[in-house]
Design a protein around this ligand. Structure first.
Ligand SMILES: [Zn+2]
Length: 221
């Protein structure tokens, strides 16, 4: 069996380093004493998927730039295609990184997509579509998805309380923007904020203890 001379413990299984201090182990590994069964590796690793999407994005970008150059117009529309590809890739990175935790994934996408669209809206002529439509609609869809998944997968509240809280608070932002007169089409923002407040209130009233524990756990209070 392997031993760690620093921690003076015996280590079961076949480990490359000490699980306590990360130091080097002495002695012979004993694979038959492995505590956990070996994990099955997924057919495609996250890195492979990201490289594949990156390759497709680069090909699409290159083709659009070449077509743009060949069909000479004075508008560089291919720049939009390139930025769009970059956004899709960024969203895929978030998706792959959080793929084991669907709630985390939804929460991150709900934050990322509005930010990217606001940057895009600013970068082109500001028409306000990002805060008129994208922000409230993404929050709304994210909240509803979380709700449906939580019920369908019978997830315990503590498994999604933090992420749900985050998206719920984000869903109130459109109402603040309406208050500051930044939004032109107010209906999506108001629907989104109304639903966010209702769901947050329901969660806080019925699962206050879980929310408190989750908050304490996440912020190490
Ligand atoms: Zn050690």
């Amino acid at each position: 069996m392997q031993r760690c001379p620093y921690c003076n413990v015996r280590v079961a299984g076949n480990k490359s380093q000490c699980p306590l201090c990360g130091g080097e182990l002495t002695g012979e590994p004993a694979p038959e004493t492995e505590l956990f069964p070996a994990l099955e590796h997924p057919r495609f690793s996250g890195g492979f998927v990201l490289r594949l999407i990156a390759l497709i994005a680069i090909i699409v970008s290159a083709i659009s730039i070449l077509v743009n150059m060949a069909v000479s117009t004075r508008i560089w529309w291919s720049a939009f295609v390139v930025v769009g590809c970059a956004c899709v890739w960024l969203a895929a990175v978030v998706g792959v990184v959080n793929r084991r935790d669907i709630m985390q994934n939804i929460a991150w996408q709900a934050v990322l997509i509005p930010i990217l669209s606001i940057i895009w809206d600013k970068w082109t002529v500001w028409r306000g579509w990002s805060i008129d439509f994208v922000l409230p609609c993404v929050c709304l869809v994210a909240l509803l998805c979380m709700l449906v998944l939580a019920v369908a997968l019978k997830l315990p509240v503590h498994a999604y309380a933090g992420q749900f809280g985050l998206v719920g608070v984000l869903g109130i932002v459109p109402a603040v923007l309406v208050g500051f007169d930044k939004v032109r089409v107010v209906l999506p923002s108001l629907i989104c904020a109304g639903l966010s407040v209702a769901l947050l209130a329901a969660m806080l009233l019925f699962h206050w203890q879980t929310f408190k524990q989750e908050f304490v756990r996440r912020f190490h209070l």
